[in-house]
Design a protein around this ligand. Sequence first.
Ligand code: THU
Length: 135
Amino acid sequence: MTLTTEQRQQLVNQAIQVRLRAYAPYSNYQVGAALLTKSGEIFTGVNVENAAYGETICAERSAVVSAVSAGERQFAAIAVATHNGGTPCGSCRQVLSEFGLDIEVLLADEQGNLLQQTTVRELLPGAFQGRDLEE
Ligand code: THU
């Protein structure tokens, strides 16, 4: 699914907005994500840290969990906003890959500059998928 420049900017703007709600008292690295469904809805997520560091959930995965909880599984794109345009971690790449290798991934800084436009396929070559579990 090809997005218009306006749709991309709108998604980035939502990621920037929601980033302000990140709970990141330990790393102080706030992340916001906005996930666009193929039906045109946007679900957002932030990173939620924990004193037990390993229990932290990333922004991308919290957006996916929110969308799937609302019954959505078809995704067109995800925008991720950080102060420096940081890239999704391996766990988030893997979780996104469950729902499609062609999901567009937009990486933006806090000023709204779109620093990288890529796909899950590019970010996670050779993804482990459900078909790998087939006999
Ligand atoms: N983080 C994300 O939210 N998404 C990523 O893909 C990379 C890392 C968060 C986790 C932690 O709260 C902070 O960024 C620093 O690692």
